[in-house]
Design a protein around this ligand. Structure first.
Ligand SMILES: [Zn+2]
Length: 432
């Protein structure tokens, strides 16, 4: 796929995927359109060679794969992983707060959100709902308000003169967004607003009552190409829907001759220890059902995982937070992440393979190592490596403002990584 088409698709995907459930639903749509067959974890599976399949768990994690024309025991699996979740604010189960003339919503912080940028934004809400229909049956559906419906206003600087040097945020006190004035809407509650939205979205819906909801706040400003020469992409959720997009496109574009798989886990931002997270058994369960017994161990020994998650580009205003020789620059290529204490799973062999492929394709490539006097973040790479015992690489595009409501990346790096990944999915031999 050519660069501009790739980027247009990326921006559209980011804009239409305000939550992990929307991202997975959109990815399932792409796989359906490409002729991949959906598998149900509760059914018996019989996988045919040369076919594409996918499976969804909890509507928030997805594994897609090509069985390929060769047996995994002989060829090994070419795998990539990314995560579907991003830090955000999520509406509490009983969210109504009525005070000082305003109806506000109680929110919980999901993951390590950078909170300041959430203030003074035109926010919307999206998520999933379980409801009871007219016949008393339970149904699940997605919901998206699409328009700005809530705002978290800042306190004026006149009332807090030190705001620019020392404003701190109390999550319980300062984050509830305003959604209505109670004088005009004295009795409105959140479930009424949700039900109204569902009925507007789905005129035929048989909705008796809402049983449960899980709703994320998100910025209504659309993802964009920015910069004097359009060198940048800005959007929410670049970490890590950008990697979901490029992994999915690489799998779809690859020729399908080799056993190849892409796993998109949920819950990376909260530690991955869930049924659909990278510390859970989702990937393992798919691999077991694909190849069992002795052959599975042979396949694993010949396989590789590329854990794709964004890296920290060097920030021109804060260079002191980076190691001088390992500060990646936007649009100068994907970043191999290395940490000798194994916070990243990259090894000499896996990084060497990536550099080799990049060189063949003429794609530039950079390296990130955290400063020796700072702690290092981590990814799903080490979890997968330890969980299933497989050679792993941690790699990703450089970005700024990670975990902000508006993140920033170069406009060429995602496409470069897509090209390397596609080539990797088609590699005849990984290690021989
Ligand atoms: Zn991430």
């Amino acid at each position: 796929m050519e660069l501009n088409t790739f980027n247009e698709g990326l921006l559209e995907f980011l804009g239409q995927s305000p939550t992990p459930w929307h991202a997975v639903s959109n990815m399932a749509g792409m796989l359906d359109a490409a002729g991949f067959q959906r598998l149900d974890e509760g059914d018996p599976w019989s996988l045919a060679p040369g076919q594409g399949y996918y499976v969804v768990r909890n509507e928030s994690a997805l594994v897609a794969f090509h069985t390929g024309r060769r047996s995994p025991a002989e060829a090994g699996w070419r795998m990539m992983g990314a995560h579907t979740d991003s830090p955000c604010l999520r509406v509490k189960p009983n969210p109504e707060i009525r005070r000082n003339g305003c109806l506000q919503l109680g929110v919980e912080v999901y993951g390590g959100a950078l909170l300041n940028p959430w203030f003074d934004r035109d926010l919307s809400m999206a998520g999933r709902v379980t409801y009871e229909d007219d016949q008393g049956r339970r149904r699940d559906t997605l919901v998206d308000f699409r328009r700005p419906v809530v705002v978290i206003p800042s306190l004026a600087i006149h009332l807090d003169r030190d705001a620019n040097s020392s404003r701190s945020i109390n999550n319980q006190q300062h984050l509830p967004p305003v959604t209505l004035l109670t004088a005009e809407h004295p009795d409105t509650d959140f479930e009424q607003l949700l039900a109204q939205q569902l009925r507007a979205d789905q005129p035929g819906i048989n909705l008796r009552r809402i049983l449960e909801h899980e709703i994320c706040l998100y910025d209504t400003q659309a993802p964009a190409r920015v910069g004097m020469a359009g060198e940048f992409i800005t959007s929410a959720r670049l970490d890590n829907l950008l990697s979901c997009w490029l992994g999915m496109q690489a799998l779809l574009a690859s020729d399908g001759t080799q056993p190849a798989l892409a796993v998109f886990n949920d819950h990376e931002e909260v530690g991955s220890m869930t049924a659909e997270g990278a510390q859970g058994p989702l990937l393992e369960s798919v691999l077991q059902r694909w190849v069992g017994g002795e052959d599975r161990h042979r396949a694993l020994a010949r396989s590789m995982m590329m854990s794709v998650d964004n890296a920290h580009a060097i920030h021109p205003n804060y260079p002191e937070y980076y190691d001088d020789a390992h500060g990646p620059v936007m649009n100068e290529g994907p970043v191999i992440k290395i940490n000798r204490n194994q916070r990243y799973a990259s090894s000499t062999r896996t990084s060497g393979l990536f550099r080799h492929l990049s060189g063949e394709l003429g794609v530039p490539c950079q390296t990130f190592v955290v400063r020796s006097d700072m702690g290092c973040g981590s990814t799903i790479g080490p979890l997968t490596a330890a969980g299933i015992g497989i050679s792993t690489l941690d790699v990703g595009v450089p970005q700024l403002a990670m975990h902000s409501i508006r993140e920033m990346a170069g406009s060429r790096d995602a496409h470069s990584l897509y090209r390397v990944l596609r080539r990797y999915f088609e590699l005849d031999s990984l290690w021989d």
